[in-house]
Design a protein around this ligand. Structure first.
Ligand code: ATP
Ligand code: ZN
Length: 708
């Protein structure tokens, strides 16, 4: 097995099961029915007797209809008629409709009396007119105490007992920890470092940038005083962001392994339960356990299950339970001191959907991206997972990684395992390259179903698209300097991306904004030029320039026709767009001008890329070969950028080794780099997440409300 994450001593930190064999299902059904029957009986008993007058009763009595008379508590007289006499009364039809659960023995009529003594006297008078054999003795009943209490509370009690059994059964299926007593216990699995099974950074291949970032957390855990003594605050949590299977769990485990601390692992969905308050209770319990084991790491996989934005697309009162869970997580995170030694790592592939409260300082304020591996990364991961296998000499990690574009670590581990199984099935002594080819085919088959593998044609389109961004940016004076361009798909988020270093500036001129618009349009323009057709890949590019163009026209007063007018509403009063602050005619002009601006820039971009056709080709081809290009690579391919770069960046690059990676640069400029063009694979379905139709809000990278 190539799995290099053996489960260490795994211990569920929960109460042991009360034990004993569980009675069969039938018993529970029976019990439930009994409860139901009793309940209905008692509910119906009082309610369905018909109230009559004393005169009526005397009339029935004299007619010989009556079978039983009971004086209850000196207040009420219950009358039971003979069965055959019922149809003789005017209540016949009403009585037939009585609940079938009522027996004929129970009284059909009753009436109230002032006091028992008077009624007894009346009754004696009534008896006197009737021949002795037909006389009926008056029964006297006192139903205080148990009887009444039972009909009231007893029923409730029975219901509760029934419910308790039911819950016990339902949650009992969830494992030994699922009993009703344990329902509020966290379901975290605890791994404690047995030395032989520790996961360390050695087991995590590639991911150098991420490893560097978590290295700091290891230091915090190992030696907290070193940091706190200087007054620094140790972070409480970090978010590992990346598509499935890229090794987020593995990395978190490795942090625990390196620091030699216990590791609590659970999934966001473990908190979610159908019963109100359970999620919150589990959060509290988790933190209680963790504090007892501090220093330690809590790893919450798929935190989106509880951390989804509260405001977004929620039916009012919709998912209160999830909200409660999220709130209690926030409360717990705020509650423990930074020196308590508990660090929470959480994994997600949709950081954009998370509630912003989770990302605030003091919570998950660090985001560590765990990207899918590029060619070299894949080679490294192959090397890790090939190690335990007995290999034929022809097996080569480099060739394997070239054949597995788009594979994440989990898929590579899967390939290695499959290859070993295939070889074993073929009774081979070693795993050969042929076995790997077959294993890759099989894994790709699975991935195609999940839409994760891009075809060679698509890859080519993405390469030219990204090359278009890169080349356009290279030759435009005001474009932001390129840091990295990549065609490694990033899961749902992007088929490729180009990363730029934003200038450290707060004011943008029209020229600068227009140049940036050209860079963003570079992807689509390149597709258009090279293939003569365009794809949906430019969705997010178009979204961003549309916003920007409308912003320039209607918010920043950068259009001649509209003039120095801004419809920006800094108070946000017009949030719901019920009324626009301008006339229909102005709206039309805004539309026209925004379109004209975009169209003009698109032509300019195409013009530029036509002139730089050779460069575009070179960059695209190199991207297809290497998948990721850094600034140095571009310099090598298309020559030095003809414009000065911002001073901060320049100084940095001059003072240091040129071979340093973008991530290292990012280290020293934490807020510096952001992916500017994430190219989304397909059009998301219009839904609640779609931005409002009239994007007049200013672009985030253009600071709004900067006072002059
Ligand atoms: N960088 C890597 N180096 C070595 N092995 C890896 C790497 N990435 C993933 N793997 C392998 O893939 C397996 C699954 O990875 P892991 O569970 O950590 O992914 P994940 O990102 O947490 O996925 P998910 O988001 O689906 O939980 C690991 O146990 C490991 O065998
Ligand atoms: Zn693009």
């Amino acid at each position: 097995m190539p799995d290099n994450t053996p489960s260490p001593k795994k211990k569920k930190p929960m109460l042991p099961s009360p034990g004993g064999p569980k009675p069969g299902v039938q018993l529970w059904v029976l019990l439930g029915l009994t409860v139901l029957v009793f309940g209905l009986y008692y509910l119906n008993r009082g309610g369905s007797a018909i109230e009559i007058t004393q005169q009526k009763f005397e009339q029935y009595y004299q007619s010989g209809y009556v079978r039983d008379v009971t004086l209850v508590n000196d207040r009420l007289v219950e009358v039971t008629l003979k069965k055959e006499a019922l149809s003789n009364t005017e209540y016949g039809s009403q009585l037939r409709n009585r609940s079938p659960l009522m027996s004929d023995q129970s009284p059909q009529f009753n009436f109230r009396v002032i006091d028992g003594k008077t009624f007894k006297e009346d009754y004696d008078k009534l008896q006197a007119n009737i021949p002795p054999p037909q006389r009926i003795g008056l029964k006297v009943d006192s139903r205080t105490g148990f009887g009444e209490m039972f009909t009231g509370y007893g029923f409730m009690l029975l219901l509760l007992v029934g419910f308790w059994f039911l819950m016990r059964r339902m949650s009992g299926a969830g494992g030994p920890g699922g009993q009703i007593f344990n329902i509020g216990k966290s379901r975290a699995a605890l791994f404690e470092g047995g030395d032989k099974v520790k996961v360390t950074f050695k087991d995590v291949a590639g991911l150098e940038e991420a490893k560097e970032e978590v290295q700091e957390i290891v230091e915090f855990l190992k030696n907290p005083s070193k940091f706190t003594i200087l007054g620094g605050k140790i972070p409480k949590g970090a978010l590992l962001v990346g598509p499935p299977g890229t090794g987020k769990t593995l990395l978190a485990k490795a942090v625990a392994g390196e620091a030699d601390v216990p590791f609590f692992s659970l999934s966001g969905s473990d908190f979610v339960e159908m019963f109100v308050g359970v999620g919150a209770a589990r959060v509290r319990d988790l933190f209680k356990q963790a504090k007892a084991k501090a220093p330690c790491i809590i790893f919450i996989d798929e935190i989106d299950a509880i951390g989804r934005s509260r405001s977004r697309g929620n039916v009012p009162g919709g998912n209160d339970e999830r909200e409660n869970t999220l709130n209690s997580l926030l409360v717990e995170m705020d509650g423990f001191g930074t020196d308590s030694g508990v660090i929470i790592l959480a994994a997600t592939n949709r950081p954009d959907t998370l509630d912003s409260a989770l990302l605030r300082p003091g919570r998950f304020d660090r985001q560590i991206s765990v990207d899918p591996p590029d060619l070299n990364g894949r080679t490294a991961i192959f090397q890790v997972h090939l190690k335990p296998l007995t290999l034929a000499p022809d097996v080569d990690a480099k060739r394997l990684s070239a054949q597995t574009p788009g594979f994440a670590g989990a898929e590579i581990a899967n390939v290695c395992n499959e290859a070993a199984l295939i070889a074993a099935r073929r009774d081979k002594k070693m795993v050969t390259m042929q076995d790997f080819h077959d294993a890759i085919d099989r894994v790709i088959g699975g991935l195609e179903k999940k839409n994760k593998i891009i075809s060679p044609e698509e890859k080519k389109i993405v390469a030219y698209h990204e090359a278009g961004h890169a080349v356009a940016g290279w030759f435009l004076e005001h474009a932001e300097p390129l840091v990295k361009v990549s065609i490694v798909p990033r899961g749902y988020a992007a088929l490729g991306y180009a990363q730029y270093l934003p200038r450290e500036q707060f004011l943008y001129t029209t020229d600068q904004l227009l140049d940036q618009m050209c860079v963003t349009l570079g992807g689509r323009a390149a597709e258009d030029l090279v293939f003569g057709k365009i794809s949906t890949g430019a969705l997010s590019d178009l979204e961003s320039i549309t916003k920007r163009a409308y912003g320039m026209v209607s918010v920043y007063g950068m259009n001649e026709k509209i003039g120095n007018v801004s419809f920006y509403d800094s108070q946000g009063r017009n949030e719901y767009g019920f009324s626009k602050p301008y006339s229909e005619a102005t709206a039309q002009t805004i539309d026209e001008e925004a379109r004209k601006m975009i169209e003009g820039q698109y032509q300019r971009t195409k013009q530029l890329l036509t002139e730089r056709g050779a460069e575009l080709e070179a960059v695209a081809q190199e991207l297809l070969r290497k998948e990721v290009l850094l600034q140095d690579d571009l310099e090598r391919l298309v020559g030095k950028r003809p414009f000065a770069v911002p001073t901060a960046y320049q100084a940095h690059m001059e003072g240091t080794d040129r071979s340093q990676t973008a991530s290292e640069w990012r280290e020293s400029h934490p807020s510096g780099v952001s992916p500017t063009h994430n190219d989304v694979p397909e059009q998301p379905l219009p839904g609640l997440d779609t931005p409002p139709a009239a994007p007049v809000a200013p672009e985030p990278s253009v600071p709004s409300g900067t006072a002059l």
